[in-house]
Design a protein around this ligand. Structure first.
Ligand code: SF4
Ligand code: SF4
Length: 414
């Protein structure tokens, strides 16, 4: 945003004593359908990242405020707004501002939140914001409205994507990295690709569409000279169906604004990725000591694929239906996990606490077969060291070569 683009209601966040403060503007984008289990992890990661970021900024440029532009949609937008609102309490009042940007007039946008639960979270999220702005209807939508017809909502979401992408210095994206080649109009990936490839011609048409900025000499959208795309790997509700997950939830990647978007983003992500899985290049020692510790303890999940379910049901000589009812539970209506026994220290239902053995050892799920070579335990040496505190088999026995570890790690993302 440039000084000439600021409307009166936004002036207090951008000017002090008549002087333009040139704030650092951060737009927010992300998936609506975040996998519920990842939410806490994401909030923690984001909170750590923002605390650190705000500290550095307040030291480097104490006079330069930070302004967030956030669409406030269900999921990522609201999650970021909540975290920003919490984290900013530790900084000077006025240093961090949160502005809600609606893709259409508020009375239209509110229809996206017709379910009572989403309406409540939307209202809660709005409690955090300092100001609201609403993009006006596009010309064609205005015509539809004038004729008493339904507006095309996607058109408004494209407008929002363009606005968020082109009004900021930095973009925070809670994203799963998918569909980069073919982004759905108005989606998270669409915002990211627009941020990375600002298109002059679309800015012109957008200029005409934005109220109250219409008829201004200069469009609210200005190209960034320099900025960063900050992505937090964010699994979606459907992620359990994706076989090849690369990044653990909450992973932060900061990508300095690139010239050629796609290649640069992925090259940098690959570099980070390779670096992460590099620390055990020489292999790791492991030999199970048979203590049974990984089949008991704190509550958790032992995920099952449909094939594994069938295999275990056959092994037990029962029907699939009986197996599911007796030994499994459905998690978030998405995927089955083995049951645990809360009265017995959350033992897995197939753990024999007397022999300390798995009673379905030959057909145990991939998650059990691949332990302890899981993403979550291998992401750094300290994670591995932490795991070795509870698993006496880690760092013992024969050396498992890097290639073998990778085969196991990539079998399932845990
Ligand atoms: S915690 Fe480690 S040593 Fe104990 S049973 Fe599990 S893999 Fe084996
Ligand atoms: S299925 Fe077997 S190996 Fe896996 S957690 Fe249960 S008891 Fe342990």
């Amino acid at each position: 945003m440039k000084p000439s683009d600021i409307t009166d209601d936004l002036r207090p966040f951008f000017f002090k004593d008549g002087k333009y403060l040139d704030p650092l503007i951060i737009s927010v984008t992300g998936h609506r359908d975040i996998w519920p289990d990842a939410e806490i992890l994401l909030m923690d990661s984001l909170s750590d990242f923002l605390t650190d970021f705000f500290k550095k900024e307040s030291k480097k440029r104490p006079q330069r405020p930070i302004v967030f532009l956030d669409g406030m949609a269900t999921g990522a937008d609201q999650l970021v707004a909540t975290v920003v609102n919490e984290v900013r309490n530790s900084f000077d009042p006025g240093f961090i501002t949160l502005i809600a940007v609606f893709p259409m007039p508020e009375e239209d946008y509110i229809q996206d939140f017709s379910v009572p639960e989403t309406q409540r979270t939307f209202e809660d999220a709005l409690d955090c914001v300092d100001a609201k702005i609403a993009l006006s209807l596009t010309r064609s939508n205005q015509e539809l409205r004038n004729r008493g017809e339904k507006i095309h909502r996607t058109e408004q979401y494209v407008l929002l994507a363009e606005f968020l992408a082109n009004s900021c210095n930095n973009l925070i994206a809670l994203w799963d990295g998918q569909n980069f080649d073919n982004p759905k109009p108005g989606s998270t990936t669409d915002v990211i690709t627009r941020y990375l490839n600002p298109a002059d011609d679309s800015i012109v048409s957008l200029q005409e569409a934005i109220e109250p900025y219409r008829n201004r000499e200069r469009c609210i959208l200005t190209k960034r000279l320099k900025g960063s795309l900050i992505t937090l790997y964010t699994p979606r509700d459907s992620f359990l169906k994706q076989p090849n997950l690369l990044y653990p939830a909450g992973k932060t990647a900061i990508v300095t604004f690139p010239k050629s978007a796609q290649q640069t983003v992925f090259k940098k992500m690959d570099k980070i990725e390779n670096k992460k899985w590099n620390w055990y290049k020489e292999g790791l020692h492991f030999q199970c000591a048979g203590c049974g510790g990984c089949c008991t303890g704190a509550p958790g999940y032992v995920w099952l694929t449909p094939e594994e379910e069938k295999q275990i049901a056959d092994f037990l000589n029962i029907s699939l239906d009986e197996f599911e009812k007796t030994y499994t539970r459905m998690v978030y209506g998405l995927r089955r996990s083995l049951k645990e026994i809360p009265q017995s220290n959350y033992d897995c239902v197939f753990f024999n606490s007397e022999t300390k053995r798995c009673s379905i050892y030959d057909v145990r799920p991939a998650q059990c077969r691949t332990w302890p070579f899981w993403d979550s335990l291998l992401k750094s040496k300290s994670d591995w060291d932490e795991a070795s505190q509870s698993c006496p088999g880690c760092n013992q026995g024969p050396l498992i070569p890097f290639e073998e570890i990778e085969i196991r790690r990539k079998k399932i993302s845990v």
